[in-house]
Design a protein around this ligand. Structure first.
Ligand code: NDP
Length: 484
């Protein structure tokens, strides 16, 4: 098997195997063939990984930020040099077209390593003068051992978005990828060691949810960063609360995208395509509720259908292919189930709506129009290539409807009215908003959700606050006054 790693886990700078763990079969979603066989972590492996991270932490934190940063930036350079090979692996792990993985996965991981590597040397506390000579200074300290748990849609990116800020701050990490896409995080761990990261600083162990749960509840762990669904987020947050651990929760969404009559239709259609069909719709921040003002509804739908006819399905390794399979048979069936619900509840199917007849787990890009707010496809996260188009007439009406959801991950507006754009964004109940574009997530900008979509932010300088804490030191320059 071409993509079989040397072993299932990467602990203390080495590949480690324990064949007593439950089997994990890695399947290429474009064909259904098994490309690697791994084992879930046994309690002994979990123990080994946590010990390794715990033992490595103090020495890693004692390096200067410049030294830690240099290692992260070296790892970033290696990832960029190997971008094509890493992208081939990512395409086989996830099914995403090579056209996408070469620009959005290892490159995005490398951006995070470079950005947080650059910040590492400037992470400091502050000096706070208090008058009378007294002062406080604060020391920014690492949290300790951090656990990262990933979803299957962007495995390399998630491994780096969590690992890079954690390591920059002097923490060590045990990362558990989704068992659906376990391969690329191992490469991230290998590259970090090659770049000079000491043994045990970044460990990867495989497993199902039970392995994630045992990591979260371990008393050696100071922080948990999860990318996953809301139901899993609830469980992980509750387990972390029990140990008063820090958390970052990057969860699901059902984000609105509003297109006003005065918008540039071509740009709005491009935004809707990016926000619904990139990675076959398996993106957490997707704008799956597309509210289109009545005056341009038919023009929008017509242009959208014309553009979708150019989506090229096929072997994801073909560089011309722009639309790949779903990550798994299970995710395909979930998506097809939602499509049936959309039809049954009276939405008008205007594009796609079927499984694509070929090997693998392909579903057509699908567009429903005349969707109403209460339909299942407008309320629940599908995580597949299904766009719901809803009509609206006034700004007030659409604002209320856009926010009428338990989720708050992202939101977008297309309009050429400058003041309206800012008014709408100010009203959105969402962590990440877009004006006249959609779904970009540069490392320099905070990313994350409000409401049920999450807690905390990834990327940007804000991520540093989620991977470190301040120690306050009060220094007296005067005699101590006591009442008696
Ligand atoms: P899941 O919530 O099913 O799983 C996420 C991860 O958590 C997996 O590694 C999973 O392991 C693990 N896990 C499951 N149960 C537990 C538990 N009790 N304790 C600890 N860990 C556990 O999500 P998916 O992998 O299906 O990913 C899709 C979801 O992720 C969507 O809702 C999507 O919106 C969200 N997402 C959010 C993003 C964001 O940045 N906000 C980005 C990408 C995706 P296993 O898979 O082995 O069960």
């Amino acid at each position: 098997m071409k993509f079989q790693p040397r072993a299932s886990h990467f602990i203390d700078g080495e590949y480690v195997e324990d064949t007593n763990g439950a089997a994990i079969e890695v399947i290429y979603p474009a064909t259904g063939e098994v490309i690697a066989r791994l084992h879930s972590a046994t309690p002994a492996i979990v123990e080994q990984a946590l010990n390794s991270a715990k033992n490595a932490q103090a020495a890693w934190a004692a390096l200067s930020g410049t030294e830690r940063g240099r290692i992260l930036r070296r790892a970033s350079d290696i990832m960029r040099e190997r971008n094509y090979d890493l992208s081939v692996l990512e395409t086989h792990d996830t099914g995403k077209p090579i056209q996408e993985t070469t620009v959005a996965d290892a490159t995005s991981g490398a951006d995070a390593l470079e950005y947080f590597g650059g910040l590492a040397a400037s992470l400091t506390g502050e000096h706070i003068p208090l008058g009378g000579g007294d002062f406080v200074y604060t020391i920014r300290e690492a949290l300790g051992v951090c656990v990262g748990i990933g979803a299957w849609n962007y495995p390399t990116q998630i491994a780096c978005w969590k690992g890079a800020p954690a390591l920059a701050c002097g923490n060590t990490m045990v990362f558990k990828p989704s068992e659906t896409t376990p391969l690329s995080a191992l490469k991230v761990a290998e590259i970090l060691v090659e770049a000079g990261a000491p043994k045990g600083v970044y460990n990867v162990i495989q497993g199902y949810g039970d392995v994630g749960a045992s990591l979260v509840s371990d008393p050696r762990v100071a922080k948990v960063s999860l990318t996953g669904s809301v139901p899993t987020g609830r469980k992980v947050y509750a387990a972390a609360a029990d140990g008063m651990k820090h958390v970052t929760m990057e969860l699901g969404g059902k984000s609105p995208m509003i297109v006003f009559d005065d918008a540039d239709i071509e740009n709005a259609v491009s935004g809707a395509i990016l926000g619904n069909f990139y990675s076959s719709g398996q993106v957490c921040s997707n704008g799956t509720r597309v509210f289109v003002q009545k005056g341009i509804k038919e023009a929008f739908l017509k242009r959208l259908s014309e553009r979708l006819a150019h989506a090229k399905t096929g072997d994801p390794m073909d560089e011309d292919v722009s639309f790949g399979p779903m990550v798994s048979e299970n995710q395909m069936n979930i998506t097809l189930g939602y499509i049936e619900k959309g039809k049954a509840e009276g939405a008008r199917l205007v594009y796609g709506g079927e499984r694509i007849e070929r090997d693998g787990y392909f579903v057509q890009p699908t567009v429903f129009a005349d969707v109403t707010d209460n339909m299942t496809i407008a309320r629940e996260e599908i995580f597949g290539p299904v766009m719901s188009v809803l009509d609206f007439e006034t700004e007030e009406e659409v604002m209320a409807r856009a926010n009428d959801t338990e989720f708050g991950l992202a939101a977008g507006v297309f309009t050429n009215d400058l003041t309206r754009a800012h008014r709408i964004v100010a009203g959105f109940e969402a962590g990440t908003c877009y004006i006249n574009t959609y779904n970009l997530a540069p490392v320099e900008a905070p990313f994350g959700g409000s409401k049920m979509s999450g807690v905390g932010r990834e990327n940007s300088k804000l991520a540093i606050n989620h991977f470190s804490e301040m120690k306050t030191v009060y220094v007296s320059m005067n005699d101590v006054e006591a009442p008696y």
